[in-house]
Write a new protein. Sequence first.
Length: 376
Amino acid sequence: MAKQFAPKKGIGPGFWPVTVLLTALSVAWVVWLGRTDFATFLPEAAVPADQIDSLFKMLAQMGGVVFIFVFGFLIYLSFAYRVRSGDDVHAIGVQMHDAPSLELGFWIVPTIMVCFISWVSVQIWYGLQQSPGNALTVEAVGHQFFYDFRYPTLWKPVSQELHLPLNEPVTVKVTSSDVIHGFWAPEIRLKADMVPGLVNTLRFTPTRPGTYRIVCTEFCGVAHGSMIGKIVIEPKATFKSWLAAQAHAEGPAPVVAAAAPMVANATHPGGGSAAVAPVAQGDATAGKVVFAAHCSSCHSVGGFDEKLVGPGLGHLLNDPAHPALVTGEKASAAAIAHILHTGYTGPIGMMPNQQQNAISEADIANLTAYLVSLSK
Ligand code: HEC
Ligand SMILES: [Cu+2]
């Protein structure tokens, strides 16, 4: 027969004073945080940053109040109900049963809090998806272990430095050429994963000149910790002259001949003239090796519908269901080589360009020969 428990009386003399103390602490926390300007710890360098901060502030205020009450009562009650000398060893605290108003309260208060948090968050999130107009679109490509930025007027990417004009709405499209990286700009308060084959979009308007960090937040290999880029926010005139200087430094864009037999571009990004590899002279066996290293993660060598990330490439030239390439060009060696140079983004996804795929002119010739040989 179980011994009858002897409940202690009441919830202790300190319960109400402690409740008053915790309420006062909560009010102090909410007021103090409300008056704190987060920008003094971490500057807000772009327009949605203030909204993100106010959302964070609200969450920290509510979370802080919950924390204060839960831990305040936990500490108080463990003192109030501690075992005293002379206590029955089986004594337990006062038991509450059938207290519907209390139970309703436990149910209603968290529900209201969670609904309120969702409502505010969704509103801000929705605002972030809206374009504030667009003066400039830059593509950011993550590599092991650096960032490349592609501007519409430049044909070579700019490494590590994302220059942006002050007070102009900008769209940054982020992706990766190899593994998953992160694009986190703490001072902009925005973050997106850089995923191969997927393009994520960030929109903001820089409002504070200066140089800020871009931090990789997905473990991406041995040098992940040092994968840090820069955002340089500068007045529009300074930005324009920077962009012009980049264009000047890289020289004219290479001409990619469209007619067959296609002669690959003679001007190599390195500056010197690289070996010109006519597509017609590609070596299919060498191409197969390059394919395994650079392409097979996204492409099978089956039919068009055997998709991995991109379509199957086994019958590029002899598939009656797909007489044209995804670009709309009629399938030919030259058209394949063209896609390998320029990349292509269509409804299926993003086919990286030559630079992102890290392949040379000779690789392109060999790959083209290999892909053509598959169609025989
Ligand atoms: C990150 C994934 C990815 C990698 C790596 C990649 N591709 Fe692609 N590729 C794609 C996607 C996606 C498409 C389709 C684009 C679209 O139409 O939306 C594509 C399209 C193509 C096409 C056009 C196919 C057609 O039927 O028109 C060719 C050719 C091609 N890729 C060749 C290559 C070769 C060769 C390599 C290796 C150097 C390579 N790709 C690497 C994703 C990739
Ligand atoms: Cu990384």
